[in-house]
Design a protein around this ligand. Structure first.
Ligand SMILES: [Zn+2]
Length: 321
């Protein structure tokens, strides 16, 4: 009996050791190997080209942030975009069906709706001229080259490094408040943006008729009638100070859905009814999750370097090469 017990205990210990080793190995041995080139679908030209990874990245960074930005903010953007693209590359290799159908068999495309914004070198020269290229395109190239091969990881895995133009509520959003997944490194943090009436502030005015028709058509439960005083019935905010839910008539509608329905720059808005119009006062631009490009620039101007900026917006992460 004693012998059986001993064998049982030692086999349990062995199982524990093996599973620990396997977990440990899995977590720490992920090799990060950036591809030399990547298949890009160029939407405007309707062609797929195998493109040098770092050269493609330079064109992404050129389109994502103003070249006049502080160099450290551009470097932060370069590392974030590299990580974001690398993640798409990994997902595509795992299952090519995860890519949008219009990609054909390319990993990324030049449409910012599902991939990154993109300006070719030729397009940039056409827009800005040679002098600008000498001063600013070379600055962007330097930012990409100085961070070559660097990506952001969380527990040794490359993160989904999402970014946006500006956080309206002076805080970024929790990923689960905007999308369904709760990612620990995409948690709401303070973002040093200006007062909401400056910076990325926009207004959208729609007629009461248009508002009523659009809402009733998409959300029949709202059941908006002629009495405008009964239209807006309370707002619930996210940690990042955007609209999480708004009660319109009898329907509880997500802030992100109102953003899409009325083409607002962000879900960080106030709404009021003025005479025959509905006025949206919108702060910030983009989904509000992860790195704020505008906030990164303000941080850089205050002396933070790109690694400090990235670690601020992506909590608990490391920058690895
Ligand atoms: Zn795409």
């Amino acid at each position: 009996m004693k012998k059986i017990l001993l064998i049982y205990i030692s086999s349990m210990i062995l199982i524990l050791i093996v599973s620990y080793i396997l977990t440990f190995k899995d977590k720490n041995m992920t090799t990060i190997k950036l591809p030399k080139s990547i298949k890009v679908y160029y939407n405007e030209e309707n062609i797929i080209k195998e493109t040098d990874f770092e050269e493609y990245l330079k064109c992404v960074v050129s389109a994502e942030v103003p070249a006049e930005f502080n160099k450290e903010a551009i470097k932060a953007q370069a590392v974030a975009a590299r990580t974001y693209i690398y993640n798409k590359y990994l997902k595509f290799n795992e299952d090519p069906n995860t890519a949008p159908i219009e990609h054909k068999d390319a990993i990324v495309c030049t449409n910012s709706k599902h991939c990154c914004a993109y300006y070719s070198k030729e397009k940039l020269e056409k827009i800005h001229g040679k002098e600008w290229m000498d001063k600013y395109y070379s600055k962007i190239c330097k930012c990409v080259e100085e961070t070559k091969g660097e990506i952001v990881t969380y527990e040794n895995q490359p993160i989904i490094a999402v970014f946006h133009a500006s956080s309206g509520g002076c805080r970024t959003e929790n990923s689960e408040d905007v999308w369904s997944s709760n990612l620990p490194y995409l948690t709401s943090v303070e973002s040093p943006e200006e007062d909401k009436r400056t910076g990325y502030y926009t207004e959208v005015l729609v007629t009461c008729n248009e508002f009523k028709n659009k809402i009733n058509e998409k959300y029949p439960d709202a059941n908006l009638g002629d009495d405008r005083n009964t239209w807006i019935n309370g707002i619930k905010y996210t940690t990042g100070k955007s609209v999480q839910y708004i009660m319109i008539g009898n329907a509880e509608i997500k802030g992100t859905e109102i953003r899409a329905l009325f083409g607002l720059k962000s879900a960080c808005f106030e709404v009021s009814i003025l005479n025959d119009n509905v006025l949206f006062k919108v702060s910030g631009s983009g989904h509000g999750v992860g790195l704020s490009q505008h906030g990164a620039n303000i941080m850089a101007n205050k002396g933070k370097d790109y690694k400090e900026i990235l670690k601020w917006y992506y909590k608990g992460t490391e920058i690895v090469k």
